[in-house]
Design a protein around this ligand. Structure first.
Ligand SMILES: C[S@@+](CC[C@H](N)C(=O)[O-])C[C@H]1O[C@@H](n2cnc3c(N)ncnc32)[C@H](O)[C@@H]1O
Length: 496
């Protein structure tokens, strides 16, 4: 155990165990976003005692000092978080909500997508615990969609608790977790092995799981695929959060929803207030929230919350000579007209104009407009415009990177891999490209290669200025990326 300064020891009151425990509670709240209520203090005290015994800390004060000195190991913190976040969950939890999903919300979503000839579904279980909730949705989709192999289905589960994510990835459940699963479904999608039940690979392959702290991390985000979500389930997670935190999390979650996207909270999470930007709806006694029509500013805010307005000065300063000032003004002023609810087809117009100028500025402008299209779910259009920009300069790193991200999002794994390999060739020290190669290798079943790429990502991200921003991820710093990827390495290392 390391030596700590007397001053710091005095400041938290060594020997006054309760003070140290309160301080640990505050540290966990500030760093992990988990706010324990009064009645949960006993759980915290108990968890601290367990950790102290296991890792030979003489008392809570010593543990706290390691935390503030930033020398506490990830293993200690993970186990502490594991002890205090009770991931209670089970398949088809809350039968009324599940019935509404199966009978109304998912069939409507599927039908709308079919009408739009866009067979893509994006569903996020935020605070997914051991995956039971997300896999329940996967099973419902498997039952509802006859031609499911023709669909591009993204089911993403995220949690702060790495042990629970590993359980989700293992897909092994107790009889207790299946208590609300009807027999036909159980025999179709689970196989019994001893006392446990193994989910079929058909369902497991539909879902991805990763680490995300709802409090700390920036989302919407391309890098963790949390963007343009059609349905978000964030049920029974808010019990850990204070009211201002809930408000903040709800605001960020709302930004992740696509136009008409639906948010479902846990039945007891509902706290009687309206959620800004969402319409509250009730069907069959179940409350859910729906996002309305998106304006261009909603989309820009989702890409970069600091950049509220799309203006000529702040967004595109076009220097090319093929576009005269009058033409440029016309387009920009159209786009800035917020009252007219101008939407994304304006991005298409901008792309057409910029395409005519074969300059670096025009590529940057096309990339930014493509990103707006992508953020609004127009992935095919965004891919097409990236291709056009690459015709102007096939070596442009930003354009290749966005192009690779979009291909990865469309599950065009081989094409995406070759784009990221090209980026690594052009810019060997770019952590983001190594990260994607890691994710894609894991997707291809090559765990060892995935871990190697992830480790490169951490090394390279740590070489960057810690507060520098990850490309296309406003607010995500390289130091946070390094931490997240370290979590992913822990998850990947122990699984499959
Ligand atoms: C009670 S479980 C709910 C699981 C599932 N949504 C359900 O309703 O069955 C709550 C989950 O929220 C997770 N959680 C708590 N704080 C979190 C945070 N700040 N970010 C992400 N997940 C968090 C916990 O680890 C736990 O797995």
């Amino acid at each position: 155990m390391r030596q700590h300064s007397d001053k710091l020891a005095h400041s938290i009151g060594i020997g006054e165990t309760s003070v140290a425990e309160i301080a640990i509670g505050k540290y966990i709240k500030n760093n992990y976003g988990i706010a324990l209520a009064e009645h949960q203090q006993a759980t915290l005290v108990c968890a601290i005692k367990k950790i102290c015994n296991k890792f030979n800390y003489p008392d809570a004060s010593a543990l706290y000092l390691d935390m503030v000195d930033n020398v506490v190991t990830t293993q200690v913190m993970e186990l502490l978080i594991d002890e205090i976040t009770v991931g209670e969950t089970y398949f088809f939890r809350d039968s009324k909500q599940m019935a509404l999903l199966r009978n109304k919300l998912l069939p409507e979503l599927i039908q709308n997508k079919q009408q739009q000839q866009n067979k893509t579904l994006r569903i996020w279980s935020a605070g997914c615990s051991s995956g039971d909730e997300l896999y329940s949705v996967a099973i419902i989709l498997r039952e509802l969609i006859a031609d499911i192999s023709e669909w591009n289905i993204h089911l993403v589960g995220t949690d702060i608790n790495l042990v629970l994510i590993q359980q989700a990835l293992a897909g092994k459940y107790s009889h207790h977790a299946l208590r609300k699963v009807d027999n036909t479904i159980a025999s179709r999608y689970f196989s019994r092995s001893g006392d446990s039940y193994q989910l079929t690979s058909e369902i497991m392959q539909m879902a991805k799981f990763s680490y995300l702290n709802l409090i700390d991390d920036y989302y919407p985000s391309f890098i963790n695929e949390i963007n343009n979500i059609d349905l978000i389930l964030c049920r029974n997670v808010f019990i850990y959060f204070s009211e201002p935190t809930i408000r903040d999390v709800l605001n960020k979650i709302t930004q992740c929803l696509t136009e008409s996207g639906v948010l479902m909270l846990g039945a007891s999470d509902y706290w009687g207030e309206n959620i800004s930007g969402l319409e509250k709806l009730v069907a069959d006694d179940v409350c859910y929230f729906q996002r309305g029509v998106l304006t261009l500013n909603d989309i820009i805010e989702a890409i970069n919350p600091d950049k509220k307005k799309y203006t000529a000065n702040t967004t595109h300063s076009v220097t090319g000579n093929r576009l005269n000032a009058e033409g440029e003004q016309e387009i920009i002023s159209e786009v800035t007209n917020e009252d007219a609810q101008i939407k994304l087809d304006k991005s298409d117009k901008l792309i057409q104009v910029f395409e005519q100028q074969h300059s670096k500025d025009s590529i940057n402008a096309i990339v930014e407009a493509s990103q707006q299209l992508a953020t609004a779910g127009k992935v095919d259009e965004a891919i097409a415009s990236c291709k056009k920009a690459l015709e102007i300069d096939e070596m442009d790193i930003n354009c290749n990177y966005l192009y690779g991200q979009l291909l990865a999002e469309k599950n065009l794994t081989e094409e995406a891999v070759s784009v990221f390999k090209k980026i690594v060739y052009l810019a060997p020290k770019m952590p983001e490209a190594h990260y994607y190669l890691g994710v894609l290798s894991f997707r291809n079943g090559n765990k060892d290669r995935a871990i190697k790429h992830m480790m490169n990502t951490v090394t390279l991200a740590k070489q960057k200025a810690s507060d520098a921003q990850v490309l296309n991820e406003s607010n995500m710093t390289y130091s946070r990326l390094a931490e997240i990827v370290e979590h992913e390495i822990t998850i990947y290392s122990e699984i499959r």
